[in-house]
Structures are given as C-alpha cells and as structure tokens.
Design a protein around this ligand. Structure first.
Ligand SMILES: NCCCC[C@H](NC(=O)CCN)C(=O)O
Length: 410
C-alpha cells in the first residue's frame, strides 16, 4: 500500500484507540449494567434502552429505537468525506445482549454489546474530521436481539435491516482468540406425542403412554448418535413429561437441536432423526407431530482478507492467536448475516478458562479483568475497519473473498 495511506491509517487508528482508552469506564459500565440485568431472547428491554441511551447521548448519532423488532435498535453516523454523489460505504457493527435462562450472561453477550458499541465509536473517532477518505463512509450499529433463541438477526435480514450495509463486524467471547472459527448450522425440532390418559394403577391398559414415546425417542437418538459423523451434533431435552405418576401421560414434548457443518448434511440428519421420532410413536401407539419452530441458523462464511487484517491488528495490540484454536463453537444467527454481507465474527479470550454456558463463565463476563481483552478486541475491529475504509484494494479483496466463499458452499 502507498506510504501515505499507511501513515493516514496509523494516525486514524491511534485516534480511535486513544478515544476508547479515554472512555473505558463508560464502556465497562455499559456491559456491567447489561450483565446485572440479564434478559431472555426477545425481552431485552433494559439492555435495549441502555444501549439506545448510550448512543443518544452523543447527538451526532441518529438513533432509531425499536428498529423493526421491539428490542432491536439502529444507530447511524455519517456519511463523512468522499466525493459528492460517490456511493457511500456503510460499515456495520452488531451488538447482541440476550442472556440464558437460569444462568444469566453465561455466553457473555453483555461483552458482545460492549465490543460492538466500542468498535463503532472507536471507528467514528478515527474518521471524524477526515476529508480525504477514498469513499464517503457511514457507520451503522444494529442492536440484534434474540441470538440464543428465535434468530433476531434472521428476522432483521428478512425485514431489510442489512440491505444497505456493506461490511459487518462483531466479536464473541470464548476461551481463546481466533479470527475465524467455523460455527455450524443448527435447526431446532419440536416433537409432540399425543397419547391417552388413564389411571396408572386402576386401568393402565386403557392408556396410551406419551412419556414412553418420549423416552423411546430419546433412546433412539442416543443409539443413532454413534453412527453420526464426528462434527454432527444432536442433543435434546424432554420439556414436558407428564403431570403425575398416577396419570398415564397423554401429552409429552421434546426439544432437539440438530447441527452439521453443511446444509446437505443437515437434510440427512433430519431424515434420520425423524425416523427415530416416528418409530417411537409407532411402538407406543401415540400420534406424533414434528415441527421446526425457529429459522435455521447457517454456518459462518470465512472472509480471508478480513481475518488476516484482524489478526495483524490484533497481534499489534498483543493478542495471541493459537495455531490450532480449539475455541468454543456453537451456532449463531450471524451465520445467516455472513451469507448476505461480507463480515467477520472473531472469538476473544476474556481471562478465564471457564466454558460458555456455565455459571463460571457468567461470573467472568461481568468481571473487571475481562475488560482489557474486550476493549482490545474492539480496538482490533476498529483498526480492521479503518484498513478497509482507507484502502479500496482491500475492500475489493474483501468483496472477492465473500463471493468466493459463497460459491464454495454450492
Ligand atoms: N435456536 C437455538 C439457537 C442456539 C444458539 C446457541 N448459540 C450459542 O451458544 C453461540 C453464542 N451465544 C447455540 O449454539 O446453542
């Protein structure tokens, strides 16, 4: 890259980093407040209002609360610089903020909210007063609720919230730093068995036992599991198992998650799982109803250029990227976003070896010592955005990678 561009980027990055350092207490208080008031998917009222207040206090942001979904929001800034009439480059940052039932912020989404907000304000600080950017730049922060359930980002995609966004950035807490980790596809299956109630001691022969169907279904899946490929997953719970031991259960309900790295594998896994659920109905004489109540979350598409920029910026800030990251990897509705907008979803260490979705992780996500890592991640994201914004060649490479990654999925 030409020296002039490198110097300009270095200067802008420095401004953004200095800004984040100066605002570190405010950013920590943002995530700590969300952490102290955990809310389930779709009910994130406190977190939504807190983030809306955070952006509204700076009047250079235009904030739309309840944007397309009751607990989503949008904050926009710019455009700055570039020629009049030039197409605007809209850089997106995503904040998640839903918690888990019973264990609060055990996936650290309070920190995802902080990273998204911090990276956006860091980029704004870096670009403010710039008059020589190659294209006019705008920043959009989307508050994307309901990742743990329901797929808020998928609803936002369908409502057009990503239609004018060119690049998208977020980061997720884990056990290690990784610029990319292949989150896998997930589909939810809800299985309902309908039997017939009867007195379990007086007339058991009159009943049709829906709990037996549920137990057989669970066992069938456990037997199936040993024949599945190593990177496929299927796991479930009995959500409703009956009312009382002396009433033969007339109704039971199971919830299963099916996961595979590729969409075509998901179809195979679904067919196998369905056969297990139907066999249990046949064996017990129950009726079965099988549905997929929420949209499928896709795998995350890699973007080699964004990943390598993020790694070099991260290394400059002291982030260590293990050669073979064994980081946490579940599924995320960011996968669906990665199919429509070039983006990056790195994972970051938060100073704990605890595992996501445990009480120990909840504690770590609210701790002061997670802050250094959280803000460092935000800085690396801002710097990566500065790189792409300042260098049209990089932007072209990011877009080429995006097209290639999508082609490879076919
Ligand atoms: N519909 C169920 C979606 C579950 C998504 C969940 N995601 C994560 O744990 C990653 C980040 N929170 C999962 O993979 O179980």
């Amino acid at each position: 890259r030409p020296l002039i561009s490198q110097q300009r980027e270095a200067h802008q990055c420095f401004t953004g980093i200095r800004f984040l350092y100066a605002h570190k207490d405010e950013l920590h208080s943002l995530s700590r407040d969300i952490w102290s008031n955990p809310e389930l998917a779709g009910n994130e009222k406190h977190a939504h209002d807190r983030l809306v207040r955070f952006f509204s206090q700076d009047q250079t942001w235009t904030v739309q609360s309840h944007y397309k979904l009751p607990t989503a929001f949008k904050a926009s800034w710019g455009p700055v610089s570039g020629g009049v009439g030039d197409p605007v480059l809209n850089v997106g940052f995503l904040c998640e903020y839903d918690a888990l039932p019973g264990i609060g912020h055990a996936c650290g989404h309070n920190l995802i909210a902080e990273v998204g907000a911090a990276a956006a304000v860091g980029l704004k600080a870096a670009l403010e007063n710039q008059t020589e950017l190659p294209v006019p730049v705008k920043i959009t922060v989307l508050g994307t609720p309901a990742e743990e359930e329901l797929g808020g980002k998928i609803e936002l995609i369908n409502a057009g919230a990503f239609a004018d966004i060119d690049l998208v950035f977020m980061a997720h807490p884990a056990q290690q730093d990784a610029s990319f980790h292949p989150c896998i596809i997930i589909e939810e299956m809800l299985v309902k068995y309908y039997g017939k109630a009867s007195h379990a001691a007086a007339y058991p022969w009159e009943g049709v036992n829906a709990l037996d169907a549920a137990v057989l279904a669970y066992s069938n899946i456990s037997v199936l599991r040993q024949q599945l490929k190593p990177d496929w997953r299927i796991h479930g719970i009995i959500k409703h198992g009956g009312e009382k031991p002396n009433i033969i259960p007339a109704y039971t309900e199971l919830e299963f998650y099916l996961r595979t790295p590729l969409l075509k594998d998901l179809c195979d896994l679904k067919a196998k799982a369905e056969a297990c659920f139907r066999a249990a109905a046949g064996a017990t004489g129950c009726q079965v109803e099988i549905t997929s109540p929420t949209p499928t979350y896709y795998n995350i598409l890699p973007n080699a250029t964004l990943a390598s920029l993020y790694e070099s910026n991260g290394k400059a800030l002291g982030i260590h990227f293990p050669e073979q990251p064994t980081s946490f990897c579940g599924s995320t509705d960011f996968g669906n976003v990665s199919f429509i907008v070039p983006g990056i979803h790195p994972f970051f260490y938060i100073c704990t070896d605890a595992l996501n979705h445990t009480e120990e992780y909840t504690e770590a996500a609210g701790a002061e010592k997670a802050q250094l890592y959280t803000l460092r991640t935000a800085k690396a994201l801002s710097m990566t955005a500065v790189d792409v914004v300042c260098c049209p060649d990089l932007l072209k490479k990011v877009r080429d990678d995006f097209r290639l990654a999508k082609l490879k999925q076919k």
